[in-house]
Design a protein around this ligand. Structure first.
Ligand SMILES: [Fe+2]
Ligand SMILES: [Fe+2]
Length: 263
C-alpha cells in the first residue's frame, strides 16, 4: 500500500511540534513566581495534554488511515489553539504588569507564534496542502528567520553578562538574522515568485549557511551548559530546544529547494 504523503507529513509535524509545545509549557512554568500558582497549574495541564497527544501519536504509522489522521489533526489543532490562547493571556498579563515573571515578553510572543504556526500547518494539511506553495516559501522564511533572530537575542540576554565573548557572538547572530529577515521582507514584496525564482534559490542558499552556523553555535552552547562550563540562566533543555528548531528550519529549506526545482 502506497503511503499517503499527507499522513506522513501530518505525523511528522505533530511529532516535532507537540514536544516543542510541551517544553514551552515547562519553560513558562519555570519562569513564574510562587504567587502564580494558577498559571503554573495551567502550564502543567498543557504538559499533560501534549503528553497524551504524543502517546496517541505513537499508535499511528505512515500506513494509518487518512480520515483517522485528519481527525487526529483536528484534535491536535484544538490543543495548539488552546496553548496559543494561554500564551497570549500570559503576554497580556505581562505587558499590563499584572504579573512579573522571568519570562521575557518577546519570548512569550515568540512561543505563541510557534503555536500559531503549528495550528496553521495542521489546518493546511487537512485542506490537502502538503508543502507550502512557491508563493508562500518567502513567508515561511520570514517566519523562521524571525524565530532564529529571536533565539539569538534570547541567548544573548540569558547568558551571564560576564560571558562577554559568547554574548558578543550571540549579538552578531542577532544582527545577521535581522538582516536576512529584512532581505526576505524585501523579496516578499517583489512577488510573483515566478520572476524571483533564481534570486529565491540564491537567498535560500544564503539562509542555509547562516542557519547552519547558528545551529552549530547553539550546539556548542548546549554542550557547555550541560557540562556547567559557562554561566547562564539558560535551562539545558531550552538550549536543546532552540538547537532542534534550527535543525527543523534547515530541513524545511531543503524541502523548499526540492519543490522549487520541481516547478
Ligand atoms: Fe520553541
Ligand atoms: Fe523558538
Amino acid at each position: 500500500m502506497a503511503t499517503n504523503p499527507i499522513v506522513a507529513r501530518s505525523l511528522d509535524e505533530i511529532a516535532f511540534w507537540s514536544r516543542i509545545m510541551k517544553e514551552h509549557a515547562l519553560f513558562l512554568s519555570l519562569g513564574f513566581n510562587l504567587e502564580h500558582k494558577q498559571l503554573v497549574d495551567e502550564a502543567q495541564q498543557f504538559i499533560a495534554l501534549f503528553e497524551r497527544i504524543e502517546e496517541k501519536l505513537s499508535r499511528f504509522s505512515v500506513n494509518s488511515d487518512l480520515h483517522q489522521v485528519q481527525a487526529f489533526n483536528n484534535e491536535v489543532y484544538q490543543a495548539a489553539a488552546a496553548i496559543w490562547g494561554y500564551k497570549r493571556k500570559v503576554l497580556g498579563l505581562t505587558l499590563r504588569c499584572e504579573i512579573r515573571s522571568n519570562n521575557y515578553p518577546l519570548l512569550v510572543d515568540h512561543i505563541s507564534r510557534e503555536a500559531a504556526y503549528f495550528a496553521n500547518r495542521l489546518k493546511e494539511l487537512n485542506e490537502g496542502k502538503l508543502a507550502p506553495t512557491a508563493d508562500t516559501v518567502i513567508q515561511e522564511n520570514v517566519f523562521f528567520l524571525r524565530i532564529m533572530a529571536d533565539h539569538a537575542k534570547f541567548i544573548g540576554h540569558l547568558l551571564d553578562p560576564s560571558e562577554r565573548k559568547l554574548v558578543a557572538q550571540a549579538r552578531e547572530f542577532s544582527h545577521d538574522f535581522d538582516q536576512l529577515l529584512f532581505q526576505a521582507v524585501d523579496l516578499d514584496s517583489m512577488r510573483p515568485q515566478s520572476e524571483t525564482k533564481p534570486i529565491l534559490s540564491q537567498f535560500l542558499d544564503q539562509n542555509k549557511v547562516s542557519v547552519a552556523s547558528l545551529r552549530d553555535f547553539k550546539k556548542t552552547a548546549r554542550e557547555l551548559i550541560e557540562a556547567c562550563r559557562i554561566k547562564s540562566n539558560i535551562h539545558p533543555l531550552l538550549a536543546d530546544h532552540t538547537f532542534r528548531e534550527a535543525e527543523r528550519f534547515l530541513e524545511i529549506i531543503d524541502l523548499f529547494e526540492a519543490s522549487l526545482s520541481r516547478n
